[in-house]
Design a protein. Structure first.
Length: 109
């Protein structure tokens, strides 16, 4: 996948279009991600010893990875959405290292 846990992304399609959030979980088998504050679902919880009242719990549901785009900080101090790719780059010791680079500007993400 082109994104990682902890990346800042913007939703580009669906009912939550335009919302910016952080990736909480990645589900690679299903090509889905869980983004903070996006696709809020309600779940009914039975009473337990820890939660004797039970009730309704709200949590984020997964969305397809194609509906999010990585957000990186531009040099003009504003957030701009850009796709990323993996590019090989030499490190200081002469070894190859995978570095994620923004396609539009070439900035490391």
């Amino acid at each position: 996948m082109r994104i990682k846990k902890g990346d800042k992304v913007v939703v580009i399609a669906g009912k939550d279009k335009g919302i910016v959030g952080v990736i909480l979980q990645i589900l690679p088998k299903d090509n889905r991600v869980v983004v903070e504050g996006v696709n809020i679902m309600t779940q009914h919880v039975k009473p337990t010893q820890q939660n004797p009242d039970g009730g309704i719990d709200k949590k984020e549901g997964p969305i397809h990875v194609s509906n999010v785009m990585v957000v990186y900080e531009d040099t003009k101090d504003n957030a701009k959405a850009s796709r990323t790719r993996i590019e090989l780059k030499d490190d200081k010791k002469g070894k190859k290292e995978k570095v994620r680079v923004a396609v539009k500007t070439g900035v490391e993400v």
